[in-house]
Design a binder for this molecule. Structure first.
Ligand code: FE2
Length: 488
């Protein structure tokens, strides 16, 4: 998945410091803290000088002493909270679950825990902490994901081979990295801070991405066990709701701007903000439900090639797809595997775990189409902040839930990542960051499709209207679903 933009110089007016809630003056970074639902979204200061990505000047740099200390404390608090979040996600696991890898795309929980620590160790501790020595000489190979300009990654399909280091050793690794990074944040030379802060923020968001992957990968792993074990047996039952009527909202075309705003954290693939042309379009006010998708199945959707892209139809044939991933027909009733174990498919809930091919085929069958990412973002920007009332991870269901009654555009954030009709390509003027972290996003801009909006396992302070997720069109193990669009 994606990576961040690391450092820009900025020239912004006096504004509010989100770490200490004091008004800053001068040319330091703008930080805004927005309270959204159960989460807290920190907008990280960043710069906009495209010519000097390594020369960032973040909130702490150039600030007076009390503000700088406050900025460091805020960052340390956020770092600790997110790191603890990864550990908390693993508490329900049995020790045997940590090494589970059921396909090359999915990684063991233990690997996620180690790799996120490797990220902080490699790009921060070894670069900036005086005298820091690697926790283990082999970990740079074992837990490097894909940073080939840095080193030689261990093959992804073989991550499940790593019975050693043990889970206990990985937790010890995490603790050592946490302690060293806390010391670095507290004592870093002010001259280095402008480079350290954006990398710490990048590492935090990287860890949040892996928290979501940890759950999606674990779900895939547990689903392959005939016992169908639940990740958690205490997850709340989703609310029982009648399917909401499918309403449509029209949007006028014209010139719109998409991409990340200055002032908030965003990955490099969300930049630069730029203009685009949209024709008049309409967007469904909620996601496609299981009941609607069942109509597609019942109408022979998986048997009729005319609805499918050629590659999609080939996949239907080769993989014998007849329903979304994790669905199982038991005596005529559809059930599916969830993080709470097997549950009956709720007709009113959004369909989930469909590929782009299935989303596109469903839209064709329904006489509609998928939205472009620009259409989606224009609609979503009007309903930010994103976490307000949304079914994101903090809502606790860890599964999409039926839309509540109402006459408004719903479920844009949370529930399921929404496949768009847009290929994952660079925005006009996109540039990767210098150094190995430049490999985070840009090198994956080929052959993948953009998804928007986050899911029921996305942390609430990790999603925004400009966020671009991306997966291959045949991928189904993410919490991916469908919103329909139309051309007026
Ligand atoms: Fe990663």
């Amino acid at each position: 998945m994606s990576c961040p933009r690391v450092g820009y110089t900025m020239r912004l007016p006096p504004t509010l410091c989100g770490y200490c809630a004091l008004t800053l003056s001068g040319q330091s970074g703008r930080v805004a803290t927005i309270r959204v639902g159960a989460g807290r979204r920190n907008c990280v200061p960043h710069t906009r000088n495209q010519g000097d990505r390594e020369g960032s000047r973040m909130a702490g740099a150039g600030l007076a002493g009390p503000h700088r200390e406050s900025a460091r404390r805020g960052l340390l608090d956020q770092f600790r909270r997110v790191r603890e979040g990864s550990v908390a996600l693993c508490r329900p696991l049995a020790i045997e679950d940590y090494g589970l890898q059921t396909m090359p795309d999915a990684s063991p929980a233990k690997w996620h825990l180690a790799h996120t620590s490797w990220f902080f160790e490699t790009f921060l501790l070894l670069a900036f902490a005086p005298g820091y020595r690697p926790f283990h000489p082999a970990f740079d190979h074992l837990f490097n994901s894909y940073y080939v300009t840095h080193g030689t990654p261990f093959p992804r399909p073989q991550r499940g081979f790593l019975s050693r280091p043990t889970v206990a050793e990985v937790y010890a690794y995490r603790q050592a990295v946490d302690e060293a990074l806390a010391e670095l944040i507290g004592a870093a030379d002010p001259a280095d801070w402008s480079r350290i802060e954006p990398l710490v923020m990048l590492g935090i968001h990287h860890e949040q991405q892996h928290q979501e992957l940890l759950l999606t990968d674990l779900k895939h792993g547990l689903s392959h066990n005939p016992l169908k074990p639940a990740y958690r047996t205490d997850l709340p039952e989703p609310p029982k709701r009648q399917p909401a009527a499918l309403r449509w909202r029209d949007y006028p075309g014209g010139i719109s701007a998409i991409g990340a705003d200055a002032g908030c954290f965003a990955y490099d693939n969300e930049l630069p903000r730029h203009r685009c042309w949209l024709e008049d379009f309409s967007l469904a006010e909620r996601l496609v439900s299981n009941a609607e998708y069942l109509e597609f199945i019942a109408d022979g959707g998986y048997r009729e090639p005319r609805w499918w892209l050629s590659e999609g139809w080939a996949r239907v044939q080769s993989q014998a797809w007849q329903a979304p991933l994790y669905w199982e027909n038991r005596d005529g009733e559809w059930w599916h595997f969830t993080l709470a174990g097997m549950r009956p498919v709720d007709p009113a809930a959004p369909v989930v775990h469909v590929s782009h091919y299935e989303a596109d085929a469903y839209a064709s069958w329904a006489g509609r189409r998928l939205p472009t990412e620009a259409e989606w973002e224009v609609a979503a920007a009007a309903v930010s902040p994103p976490a307000m009332g949304a079914n994101l991870r903090e809502a606790g269901f860890l599964h999409p839930v039926a839309a509540p009654p109402g006459e408004r555009t719903m479920q844009l954030f949370g529930d399921v990542w929404e496949w768009t009709a847009s290929a994952y390509t660079p925005y006009p003027g996109f540039r990767t960051a210098n150094g190995p972290v430049g490999e985070y996003n840009g090198k994956f801009m080929s052959g993948q499709m953009v998804l928007r909006g986050g899911s029921c396992v996305t942390p609430g302070d990790h999603i925004r209207a400009s966020y671009r997720n991306f997966f291959y069109p045949g991928d189904r193990w993410q919490f991916s679903g469908i919103r329909l669009a139309g051309t007026l």
